[in-house]
Design a protein around this ligand. Structure first.
Ligand code: AMP
Length: 254
């Protein structure tokens, strides 16, 4: 079984986002970029399917291919996936923001060329918080999808996926080939070891362009404004419960 894992390069989750003074977007200059955390979970799961672990039999996956759409530096993101254990990478070179629909169209073209049995994506990218790409890819391919996976059990030609939904867990069966998107509790990604980081440098990365894949990535959305969240107001101390109730009423909470 071949597994394709799309990985996005995003601003490191530890860093605070800085909005550009003109509100046209966020300022990413000189900031550390990393693999999107949900994508890292997706790579870890795919590698466990290959190596065994996390409930998967060794060899359940025969090959794990990571793909990233982004600038040249997205190669680092691919190297990160290769250091976790992916076998090879595909970089679709695109500068500037590529919207989820265009990403899904590019991934569809990669899927048609690579013919994986399973595509595991993150449930969302922490920069745009779109939570759209997996669903759009499933629609474009007309494949079944199981989103927000917290557990994946592979069976004969199918996957049984436990999904985190409001107030509980839902378990669904999807026939392969299928799309799965990862939730936070699916697994805890490993720290790549130094030997594996070194090995990853030698693994192949194939480069493509959107034109090679026949996809127009021109944006369809216009960002009107980007703003920081309003600053939190300082709290007030109250002496009695009655005063607390009055304050809550004043604020319209009760
Ligand atoms: P989003 O729909 O933008 O929240 O992203 C959801 C998931 O789609 C991510 O976790 C990735 O697995 C995949 N994805 C989104 N953008 C890209 C990209 N530029 N390159 C590779 N994968 C991506």
């Amino acid at each position: 079984m071949k597994v394709l894992v799309p990985v996005k390069r995003v601003l490191d989750y530890n860093l605070k986002v800085r909005v550009k003074p003109d509100g046209s977007g966020v300022d990413l200059s000189n900031l550390k970029m990393s693999i999107n955390p949900f994508c890292e979970i997706a790579v870890e799961e795919a590698v466990r399917m290959k190596e065994g672990g996390g409930g998967h039999a060794k060899g359940a996956a025969s090959e794990v291919v990571a793909v990233s759409i982004g600038p040249d530096q997205a190669q680092e993101t691919l190297r990160n996936a290769l250091a976790i254990g992916a076998d090879r990478g595909i970089l679709v070179k695109a500068d500037g923001e590529v919207e989820p629909l265009a990403v899904a169209k590019l991934l569809k073209a990669v899927v048609e060329a690579e013919k994986p049995d399973l595509v595991i994506l993150g449930k969302q990218a922490i920069d745009d918080d779109s939570n759209q790409t997996g669903q759009m890819l499933a629609a474009l391919l007309d494949w079944p999808q199981a989103t927000f996976a917290s557990k994946i059990v592979l069976g004969e030609g199918k996957a049984t996926v436990t999904r985190e939904v409001d107030g509980g867990l839902q378990t669904v069966d999807v026939q392969l080939p299928a799309i799965i998107t990862t939730d936070l509790r699916l697994n805890e990604p490993r720290y790549a070891s130094l030997p594996n980081i070194m090995k990853a440098k030698k693994k192949p990365i194939d480069a493509k362009t959107p034109a090679d894949l026949g996809v127009d990535t021109a944006p369809r959305l216009k960002v009107v404004k980007t703003a920081e969240p309003p600053k939190r107001q300082g709290g007030v101390k109250v002496k009695t419960a009655a005063e607390a109730v009055a304050k809550l009423k004043e604020a319209g909470v009760i």
